[in-house]
Design a binder for this molecule. Structure first.
Ligand code: GDP
Length: 290
């Protein structure tokens, strides 16, 4: 899915989420564990205001666990409880209802002290396209999803999906736009597959990917592609292109005359990076935001 975000779309997306905030107790903000800041909406605090929030670093199976731990501490330090999950297999997804209960404990206690029976807590999942919202909703829903479908007798409009006894999810997540103004953000999202290649040039994306990998995960490149000469100067474009050519040569991406087919090599680099073939890789550390 590619969404073209224009100012009108952003205003509408924001309004749609703000309308739903009235219906829910907590927002589940989904980020990509490999690029937590680039996959974050730039106006998220303004949009959610003081609604309780649980941050989820999704796709943690593809991210560097050491960096993920640092991000969890970072968000925790900023007052946002945070957990890391893999929605594709469901790893740690079952911790979500318990964390929601913890965050909303005061509210639940208040209801109890007024003699009310606490009802199921209601949550809305929000995030940029491709971060895994539908996958997580399906995981959390398990087999309950069929019961909330659009069928005669069921109220039209918002549908709630039951997650055990104590949590309900709005069935349609809130879709947010990423931070486009920053070129690096665009390239990082393209590297992880969140932005379609048609928008950016594939060789440019692979170039950015290789530069970032050389800087942070040279060993992974060396091991995966069998290359052995790291560039001496990251700012020298020619040296990064040379690494791309080395990779292309190792993978037989040659054109007539023996020149490396950079487009083909770029496709291989990006496909394998996104599939986790280079190992668990995180492109952003929290330090610049501390
Ligand atoms: P949405 O646009 O936010 O609803 O994103 P989707 O749920 O459609 O997921 C986008 C892609 O990411 C799909 O190919 C999913 O299979 C994949 N995906 C979602 N969650 C995870 C995860 O935790 N780990 C991995 N490896 N892939 C995931």
């Amino acid at each position: 899915m590619t969404i073209q975000w224009f100012p009108g779309h952003m205003t509408r997306a924001r309004r749609q989420i703000q309308e739903k905030l009235k219906l829910i107790d907590i927002v589940i903000e989904l980020l990509d564990a490999r690029v937590p800041m680039s996959s974050r909406n730039p106006m998220i605090d303004e949009i959610l205001l003081d609604k309780p929030r649980l941050i989820i670093l999704n796709k943690a199976d593809l991210a560097d666990p050491r960096a993920t731990d640092r991000w969890i501490s970072f968000f925790g330090g900023h007052g946002h409880p945070c957990i890391a999950v893999d929605s594709s297999t469901g790893t740690r997804v079952d911790e979500i209802p318990g964390r929601v209960q913890e965050i909303l404990k005061e509210k639940i206690d208040r209801m109890r002290s007024k003699g009310m029976n606490p009802r199921a807590l209601r949550a809305l999942i929000v995030g940029i396209p491709n971060v895994g919202k539908s996958t997580l909703i399906n995981r959390l829903a398990g087999r309950n999803i069929a019961e909330t479908g659009d069928r005669p007798g069921v109220t039209k409009g918002q549908q709630w999906i039951k997650v055990g006894k104590e949590l309900e999810l709005l069935d349609t997540p809130g879709i947010l736009w990423p931070k486009f103004e920053d070129e690096l953000v665009g390239y990082r999202l393209a590297m992880t597959g969140a932005i379609r290649e048609q928008i950016l040039n594939i060789e440019d994306i692979a170039y950015f990917a290789v530069r970032e990998l050389v800087e942070r995960y040279w060993d992974a490149l060396e091991e995966r592609f069998g290359i052995d000469e790291p560039p001496a100067d990251l700012e020298n474009n020619q040296e990064i292109v040379r690494v791309m050519e080395d990779i292309g040569r190792k993978r037989g991406c040659l054109m007539s005359g023996g020149r490396v087919d950079l487009e083909k090599a770029s496709g291989i680099i990006l496909r394998e990076l996104r599939a986790g073939k280079l190992g668990k890789i995180t492109l952003e550390e929290p330090d610049p935001y501390a």
